[in-house]
Design a protein around this ligand. Structure first.
Ligand SMILES: Nc1ncnc2c1ncn2[C@@H]1O[C@H](COP(=O)(O)OP(=O)(O)OP(=O)(O)O)[C@@H](O)[C@H]1O
Ligand SMILES: [Mg+2]
Length: 357
């Protein structure tokens, strides 16, 4: 069999720098987020004059540049000064106070953590941090299982800015009073990009990853449009890579509309976040909505109960809101009507990417 005969000449690839399509690649510029970056910089600025900084909650749906904008600001700060310590921690991975404190030890280069309790380690971290100023970023803060670390930092670190990143407005609303009253955060909102911005970002990324003119214009426009519809730049990066691979597979030196369409159709259920990241209750509710797309929330709750669901309505509703904020589902509010206001729940993304115009 000549399995590889027809493929691009050996070693030849459509990509020049595939890494640029990785989700955690930090591009040199983060366009369309200048306002937010300037705002974050202004919150940090007092730290450069030995004063206290401001705290911010960065709020927005998945894939709209919260993490990348924040990391970019930190990178610039790091290039500018040695006087400020940078602590970036993702609470998805470090979801307890102990893990957060260990991560801080790691960042500060403190190695003797074995057999020490959380309090002991915190004292060490505190003494190190209080010699300078610190910017803390806790990304995906809603994933933390306890917030003692936040409380302790607020109480015991003198000069700091704390940035918290979340997808959920509900997390802010439900924040512990003790923390809220000490944090006094400004809210910095990240809204989804418009169609032109989405295309601009993808063009820039494609510019790093592919040689010039790798895409037929119609193919690129198609992918940009689909990405805009999903509202998550990650979907676009995924599609750029997939269509590149599909083009390579067919030994084509250009990525055509057909390749782009095929990349989209392969994505049956691109969700902004992997469903594996959902808790068990949310997974069940998502499955229920999948099977009953278009029903009212009250009716779905009844079905949920009939199937043995244990959550009370309020908790059910909260899960539904989170599924919505994370774009697993779409909600439509109906105002008025015989039963007063209600919400219709629909499964969100399955269709969007696969439906062609
Ligand atoms: N303005 C932008 N310029 C360049 N790349 C961007 C921009 N916005 C987003 N991206 C890219 O899109 C991807 C997703 O962005 P990012 O990780 O910042 O999303 P997020 O808002 O933090 O989402 P989540 O809430 O899911 O964590 C990243 O690869 C990022 O580099
Ligand atoms: Mg993020």
């Amino acid at each position: 069999m000549a399995l590889f005969k027809d493929m691009l000449n050996s070693g030849e690839s459509l990509f020049v720098n595939e890494i640029a399509l990785d989700y955690d690649f930090i591009p040199k510029v983060v366009p369309y987020r200048e306002t937010q970056q300037r705002y974050l910089a202004a919150c940090i600025k007092p730290l450069l004059n030995q004063r206290n900084g401001r705290n911010v909650i960065m709020l927005g749906p998945p894939g709209v540049g919260k993490t990348v904008a924040c990391k970019h600001v930190l990178q610039e700060l790091e290039e500018t000064t040695d006087d400020v310590i940078l602590v970036y921690i993702n609470c998805w991975q470090k979801n307890t106070t102990y893990k957060v404190v260990i991560a801080m030890c790691d960042i500060l280069g403190y190695k003797f953590t074995q057999n020490k309790k959380t309090e002991e380690l915190f004292e060490i971290v505190k003494n190190m941090l209080n010699k300078k100023s610190t910017v803390f970023v806790f990304d995906e803060i809603d994933k933390a299982e306890d917030y003692d670390f936040l409380y302790s930092l607020l109480e015991e670190i003198y000069r700091k800015s704390i940035f918290l990143i979340t997808n959920y407005k509900s997390w802010i609303d439900e924040m512990d009073e003790r923390i809220r009253s000490r944090l006094l955060p400004d809210i910095l909102e990240f809204k989804p990009y418009n169609a032109i911005e989405t295309k601009g970002i993808l063009q820039e990324r494609a510019g790093y990853a592919f040689p010039p003119n790798a895409f037929e214009p119609a193919a690129f426009d198609f992918l940009a449009k689909k990405t805009f519809e999903v509202g998550d730049i990650r979907a676009g990066l995924h599609l750029l890579r997939e269509s590149g691979l599909i083009a390579e597979d067919s030994s084509s030196k250009k990525i055509t509309l057909e390749h782009a369409q095929k990349a989209c159709s392969k994505l049956q259920t691109f969700s902004a976040k992997d469903t594996e990241e959902l808790d068990e209750d949310s997974k069940k509710i998502l499955e229920l909505i999948r099977g009953n797309s278009g029903k009212k929330i009250g009716d779905l709750f009844k079905i949920y109960q009939e199937l043995g669901g244990q959550l009370v309505y309020k908790s059910f509703q909260r899960r539904v809101n989170k599924l919505d904020e994370n774009k697993f589902i779409k909600t439509e509010k109906l105002v008025g009507g015989a039963e007063g206001n209600t919400t219709i729940l629909k499964i969100a993304i399955d269709k969007k990417l696969t439906e062609f115009d």
